[in-house]
Design a protein. Structure first.
Length: 332
């Protein structure tokens, strides 16, 4: 069993019966929504790896006592070229966006927002929330559809149970359950819970690469790779099955998809295909939120444009940070 103390962004390898090794990726803490915002554990992207399939961003947070942390208060901000996947374990978050969608994010329910050519949205935990615990994921859109219309999907996946395990498949197919939610590349996204001492062997697509993100507990992946909370086990394509064993009662996400295969530029909340495109997105957002040289303080003061105006949201927008003094690099 491998379970060394690992530094952020470090990857470790474990053999797999002639298959490429399993890589274990650790997280780093970052503020969500600004320096005074709640802290999240970011597992993807990393220097060594930008994607798992089309999954390009993984934030994991909580369980947080909202009376101490203040909860989530991410005011209007823009996105391009991606889909946001919100999945909660505890708590409740109110979603509003500039396409007119208003929805609650609740445990066991998928909220998927497609930014397409441009959207803005806000995410604020509700007054009834005492503990906040969940993940925020991004999916990069392929070049063929990244400039499409914004969209929003909500889905409540049914639980599927077996000996000592329970799964909820919110994207793609696994354990005989298929999500009806449209994705622009083949994807897998599922929550998996395992009782202490139990194992499950999942049939998976050999064309997919996979990631197992541990939320709580302790598990072993493929028999000898130990995983701690907030760590991600990466499994390259080629496997027909993935086996997970719970050392103690555990909950995790299983993510997957075929290698993305396109180069992107990802900076702040934007995904594009060039440095200049990102510069343009930033300029358009700043133009929408600036009056007489100052950022507006109310959400309904935002001017219409590529990113629209978040409907019925009074909270002021988040300005884009300064661009670095070097050209943004392509990720692959």
């Amino acid at each position: 069993m491998t379970n060394p103390e690992r530094n952020p962004d470090e990857l470790t390898l474990a053999g797999g019966e002639g298959l490429p090794g399993v890589q274990v990726m650790t997280s780093r803490q970052v503020p969500l929504g600004g320096p005074r915002a709640m802290l999240v554990r970011r597992t993807l992207p990393q220097r060594q790896r930008s994607f798992v399939g089309a999954w390009c961003f993984i934030d994991h947070y909580g369980p947080d006592d909202v009376s101490e942390t203040g909860g989530m208060r991410v005011t209007p901000h823009p996105h391009t070229g991606l889909q946001t996947v919100s999945w909660l374990f505890e708590g409740e978050i109110e979603h509003r966006d500039s396409a007119g969608n208003h929805a609650m994010v609740r445990p066991g329910e998928l909220n998927l927002m497609t930014a397409g050519r441009g959207i803005s949205h806000s995410e604020v935990s509700t007054a009834a929330t005492s503990v906040l615990h969940g993940v925020q994921l991004w999916v990069v859109l392929p070049d063929a559809t990244r400039n499409g219309d914004p969209a929003f999907d909500h889905y409540v996946p049914p639980p599927v149970r077996g000996p000592g395990w329970e799964a909820r498949v919110f994207l793609g197919s696994m354990v005989g359950s298929t999500s009806p939610v449209h994705t622009h590349t083949p994807l897998l996204g599922a929550e998996l819970m395992l009782a202490e001492g139990k194992s499950v062997t999942l049939d998976v697509d050999t064309d997919f690469e996979h990631g197992v993100l541990l939320d709580v507990g302790a598990v072993e992946v493929e028999g000898d790779v130990a995983l701690k909370p907030a760590e991600l086990a990466y499994l390259p394509p080629g496997r027909r099955t993935v086996t997970v064993t719970a050392v103690e009662e555990s909950r995790m996400l299983v993510l997957g998809g075929p290698p993305f295969g396109e180069e992107i530029v990802m900076w702040w909340n934007f995904i594009g295909r060039s440095h200049d495109e990102i510069v343009g997105f930033r300029a358009e957002w700043q133009d929408q939120i600036t009056r007489d040289g100052e950022v507006v303080t109310g959400g309904q003061e935002v001017a219409d444009g590529r990113f629209g105006v978040v409907v019925d949201q009074p909270l002021g927008p988040i300005p884009a940070p300064p661009l670095p003094n070097v050209r943004l690099k392509l990720r692959r």
